[in-house]
Write a protein that binds this ligand. Structure first.
Ligand code: ADP
Length: 756
């Protein structure tokens, strides 16, 4: 049932048109009648012709006036008609003229013009609004292609007996509901019945509320289409009360399912993000540069900063103020860069409100608007205290290791499974004569003696293959200079994360000295055992002969045997004394007791002790003494001088002379210290040049018969050398075979000690 529009216009004041039209005729009739009556009274007998003419005249005038009025009226009506059409078509340009001699026409024209103006004005407004609405619709429909759905719904009655029908439904509305337009117009329930049962009550309540106040209805709810699909719609409509009391709703319906989906997805992703942000142990923050406030921080953030969420003191300034002064400038400079769009990544020390010092690492990513201005900063903050402490500890232990590695008194090398050098310490490099850089370009095969390589490689591979835990080998290296060096290597693997041997670290000991000492010891033992055996055999033999009473009848022979035994036991005593004294000196057991002693006194004592020996051979000892004081162990110096003198006597020709001299000398031009130089010179058999050095080693003699014939042990000069060394002095010999020898001992004389 459509509502009928009444035109609502009321009749204006004034004469009705019928009156206007009838008036002149009535007047003319009246005047013609009165004229005829007058004439008939004045001229009862005739003269009726004149009266007739007069009546005709009045009639003619009346007709003419009626025609004029008719024409005028029609003209006016046509004008109104024409202008009304123009107005209806929207082309009204000029108003009705108000120049009619009839005042009503002029009033009509005036009223029409006023109305036309108003109509035109409101039409203009309507058009403007319409074009606005169209523009808005067009815009919106660009955003949402499902937008342009309109309906006009009319509701009648109160809540209990509401009736609803649709006057207009765009095809799109029914498309959303998946029903036909006809069905929708025929049965309002075909549309309203689509509302999801759970949402229907809410929809109705909201609608009723708007209806009462005639306010805009804006509602979102779900519908279920006949095919069973659930859709989200947005209904935006305006209720209007019509004159007949019904409420007309004009509105649009939009399918917002995809928005709802997107919204749900967004919400889900935000929930996920929050869950994630709360789960991570790194602090997470979102900082708004415009408001200079943190718009989001996760719980780890509070913990790392040592703050609690109820604290209101979470500002950037407070953060900066809590940074260690030594780190603050650097962080602030990075912050300036960040605000210009650069990434921020800083490690710094930070003090929590309760005074705990922590190492933090902050990383932040500025987000810019279209103009490139940083509007937001998203970042993380991490507590790296443990890592930093570990780093420090690691650095220290690395430094300690490096120090131990570099300064180790043995070689350390690290080689890969291929034998390639990876690392070598200073000792190792020095031993091999290569620089570390040179070593890193070769393998250990290149420096291994070819004869030792096969065994070496087998052992190395067994260890690197995991068959043995360590590996040891005594082998020979060949240095860069070609020298062969015997070494002992102890190697162990360094494993990778999977427990597989990755490198081999080897400790290398140069065993040249050890081998030399071993050799010397072997020689020493064989010599000593031989030297000891000789006198013992002689003593044993002599005593055995005496024991069996072989020489009981020959006392001369028996005495000779006893002499041999005594001489050999003397020799044995000397030998044992020398060995013990040498061993004591060699092992550093004896610490020489130094004191101030007179050089001359030392010389006299030494000469006294060898005088009987000299006398035996008729040797003269010539002395050039010196008055000086030495800081020395006197007994040891006397032992040296005695030994040199007894050798000189032993190896001199009979009745010769041995010269003994002491003087102060400057041994070296560069040395500012003076030395006391003792020289013992003989004119005996001399020493061949190749023996000049070795006679200072133990058991070294120029001639194997020297010990037997001259009663020596071969230890004398070795003992002298040790004693002189312990005085930080020097001993040497100059000699010419057949012409004699000169032994020199120089002992340092500290300035001020000299008393000459
Ligand atoms: P020994 O007890 O045999 O003398 P030394 O060590 O004192 O032992 O001397 C070692 C060797 O040096 C001697 O055996 C001898 O061959 C040689 N020698 C030492 N002094 C002289 C010397 N003045 N003239 C020649 N040869 C000497």
């Amino acid at each position: 049932m459509a509502k009928q529009w009444s035109d609502g216009l009321t009749a204006g004041a004034g004469l009705p048109l019928t009156w206007v039209l009838a008036m002149p005729l009535l007047l003319s009739g009246i005047s013609a009648l009165s004229l005829v009556t007058h004439l008939l009274q004045a001229h009862p007998s005739g003269n009726g012709e004149g009266l007739l003419w007069l009546a005709l005249l009045a009639l003619g005038w009346a007709i003419a006036q009626g025609l004029w009025l008719n024409r005028e009226l029609l003209r006016c009506l046509r004008r109104v008609d024409g202008r009304s059409r123009d107005l209806a078509a929207g082309h009204l340009t000029t108003g009705l003229p108000s120049d009619s001699p009839v005042v009503e026409f002029n009033r009509l024209a005036h009223s029409f013009n006023q109305m036309a103006e108003r109509v035109q004005a409101s039409l203009g407004r309507l058009q403007a609004n319409l074009s606005d609405a169209e523009h808005w619709l067009a815009q919106y429909s660009q955003l949402s292609p499902s937008m342009n759905y309109t309906y006009v719904e009319v509701t009648e009655g109160d809540a209990s007996e509401r009736q609803t029908w649709y006057e207009y439904l765009s095809a799109a509305v029914t498309e959303i509901g998946e029903i036909s337009v006809e069905a929708g117009l025929r049965d309002a329930n075909a549309v309203r019945g689509l509302i999801h049962p759970d949402d229907a009550a809410g929809y109705l309540a909201a609608e009723m509320a708007c209806e009462q106040t005639l306010s805009t209805f804006s509602h979102q709810c779900r519908i279920v289409t006949p095919s069973g699909r659930v859709k989200w719609i947005h209904n935006q409509s305006q209720p209007l009360r019509r004159d007949d009391g019904t409420i007309a709703w004009h509105g649009v319906v939009v399918d917002i399912s995809s928005y709802k989906q997107a919204e749900a997805a967004l919400q889900e992703s935000e929930t996920r993000f929050r869950q994630l942000a709360e789960a991570v142990k790194e602090g997470f923050f979102v900082y708004e540069t415009e408001t200079a406030q943190y718009s989001y921080v996760n719980s780890a953030y509070w913990k790392i900063r040592g703050l609690t969420p109820d604290m209101t003191t979470n500002s950037e300034a407070e953060w900066l103020a809590s940074i260690h002064p030594e780190d603050r400038d650097r962080v602030e400079a990075a912050l300036v860069h960040e605000r210009q769009g650069k990434h921020f990544d800083q490690e710094y020390r930070y003090t929590t409100p309760n005074g705990e010092l922590r190492w933090l690492r902050s990383r932040a990513f500025p987000l810019c608007d279209d103009l490139g201005t940083v509007v937001r900063v998203v970042g993380t903050v991490e507590d790296i205290t443990d890592r930093k402490l570990t780093e420090v500890a690691l650095r220290q232990s690395e430094a300690r290791f490096r120090n131990a590695f570099d300064n180790a008194p043995y070689g350390i090398s690290l080689v890969a499974a291929t034998g390639q050098f990876v690392l070598a310490n200073a000792y190792y490099c020095a031993l091999l004569g290569y620089s570390e850089a040179e070593l890193l370009t070769i393998t250990f095969k290149d420096i291994t003696h070819p004869d030792d390589w096969a065994d070496d490689w087998v052992g190395f591979q067994r260890m690197m293959g995991g068959k043995t835990a360590t590996y040891q080998i005594e082998k020979r290296y060949i240095t860069k200079q070609g020298e062969v060096i015997p070494v002992i290597i102890n190697a162990a693997p360094i494993y990778d994360d999977g427990g597989k041997p990755l490198y081999s670290v080897g400790h290398v000991q140069d065993i040249r000295d050890r081998l030399a000492i071993d050799r010397m010891k072997d020689e020493f033992i064989s010599v000593v055992s031989h030297e000891l055996r000789t006198p013992i055999t002689a003593i044993q033999g002599a005593l055995a002969l005496l024991g069996v009473g072989m020489y009981e009848s020959r006392p001369e022979k028996a005495r000779r045997m006893l002499e041999i035994a005594i001489n050999n036991s003397d020799r044995l005593v000397r030998l044992v004394d020398d060995i013990l004294s040498f061993e004591r000196l060699e092992s550093g057991q004896v610490q020489l007791e130094k004191e101030l002693c007179q050089v001359a006194h030392l010389l006299y004592q030494a000469i006294d002790s060898v005088q009987p020996l000299a006398d035996q051979s008729g040797i003269t000892i010539a002395l050039t003494p010196l008055t000086a004081t030495l800081w020395a162990a006197p007994d040891s110096v006397i032992q040296v001088l005695t030994n040199l003198l007894s050798n000189a006597i032993k190896f001199s020709c009979p009745n010769g002379t041995v010269w003994v001299k002491a003087s102060t000398e400057r041994l070296d031009a560069a040395d500012s210290n003076l030395s006391v130089l003792f020289t013992v010179q003989d004119y005996g058999r001399g020493i061949p040049p190749e023996k000049l050095e070795v006679i200072f080693d133990q058991f070294q003699q120029v001639d194997v018969s020297d010990s037997r014939q001259r009663g020596g042990t071969g230890l004398g000069l070795a003992i002298c050398k040790r004693i002189v060394q312990q005085h930080r002095g020097q001993i040497w010999v100059e000699s010419e075979v057949g012409r004699g020898s000169t032994f020199s001992v120089a002992l340092p004389l500290v300035q001020g000690d000299s008393h000459d």
